[in-house]
Write a protein that binds this ligand. Sequence first.
Ligand SMILES: *Cc1c(COP(=O)(O)O)cnc(C)c1O
Length: 473
Amino acid sequence: MQYISTRGGGQPKTYSEALLEGLAVDGGLLVPEQLPTVDATTLESWRALDYAQLATEVLGLFATDIPREDLAALCAAAYSPAVFSTPVPLTPIGDGITLVGLSEGPTLAFKDMAMQFLGQALEYALERTGGVLNIVGATSGDTGSAAEHALRGKDRISVFMLSPQGRMSPFQRAQMYSLQDANVHNIAVDGVFDDCQNLVKDLAGDLDFKNTQHLGAVNSINLARITAQVVYYFWAWLRATDDLGAAEREGFEVSFAVPSGNFGNILSGFFARGMGLPIRRLVLAANENNVLDDFFRTGVYRPRSAAQTLATSSPSMDISKASNLERFIYDLVGRDPQRVVGAWDDLSRTGAFDFTADLPRFAEEFGIVSGTSTHADRLATIRAVHEASGTIIDPHTADGVKVARSFVEDGVPMLVLETAKPEKFGETITEALGIELPLSDELQTLLAAPQRVTEIPNDEATLRTIIETSALH
Ligand SMILES: *Cc1c(COP(=O)(O)O)cnc(C)c1O
């Protein structure tokens, strides 16, 4: 299997090359030359597998340059009981809706699902090439902690994670700054998230510095993350159909609702559907920063600036420019790189691109529908789900449940992806339910643990010095 750019440039890449590179050379995103397909017999033969075994089968269709035994070992390590105590439980909450539990990993959010595999796969690829990698990233919370927990203690990788000083929750700070591993470098910048991201972009744009310091990234456009997320769509379908008779199972359709920001998680569902998994609808749930909902309802995509992006109570979805959307557009335009380039030209010229003529195809051909949820919706949904089922959901998952409700159909299970645990966002839970969520002993220990972080001014020279001094070479 080879990977090519959505904009048509560069040479085809292997999976391992795509894993290490991130963005394609022409500024496009890497996509499989052709999606692998899974027929009903193969799908059924995967029913008895545990999560790590299923991951080996699904990722084996993409990572064709990694020998099968090696891939099995990577998946066994990424999805071991020590990392995910219960991998991906399904919990019905009534009204035809079932939660798919993706937050059982070390940082209590779904990004662990892909990042744990990425950590294993990166180390493996570097061992084969004899290289080292210094990951530099900016985080406002969830991505940074998932990356650090997946990469801590690795021999050939170090992490430099920039975070805005004083702007993360105590919980998020503890999850990152309490790590004592020598290869994890937490850097608190005197500024906001955008300042952190600009520092990272400036460094990555200096190709000479990037090469001599072996800099890399693990952001959400990384193809390995997208493919690792495909696995849980297959897992959820298999578990949702376990109780059906053999004849009923074949082609049995379910729908998925996905709390969305960068269009990464739902894109993986789009891939799964394209591979032949019987998915009826992919329901995109946005919060008040609803550029994607606008696009899927009107056909016009108009990203917003950082200044136009609201700070909401589902902060991990506060994104107004969805990098992964380009991979959907590529399919929408019949995989024609010229038309992708054309759309992005329109975007830089006019601030938008327009696919109103294709609007009916969004749902009919691709299965994607969408909706928006607000702060009031989140509170009401957290309350309603708690009253009806006793389950407490986090604000992002609440956005998913809220939008899912408008698309529930008779006889089609609606599976909502749970993207974080409520403990991570205790303030909003208290606002909704009037209770303080009890923290486990483990979480209390985490909050009390000593923290390690280097504070710097918003200054590129200072950051360069830190990287030059501490990076692996
Ligand atoms: C990252 C994140 C999202 C958004 O996922 P995308 O892949 O960016 O669409 C939703 N919820 C939580 C809790 C997240 O951390």
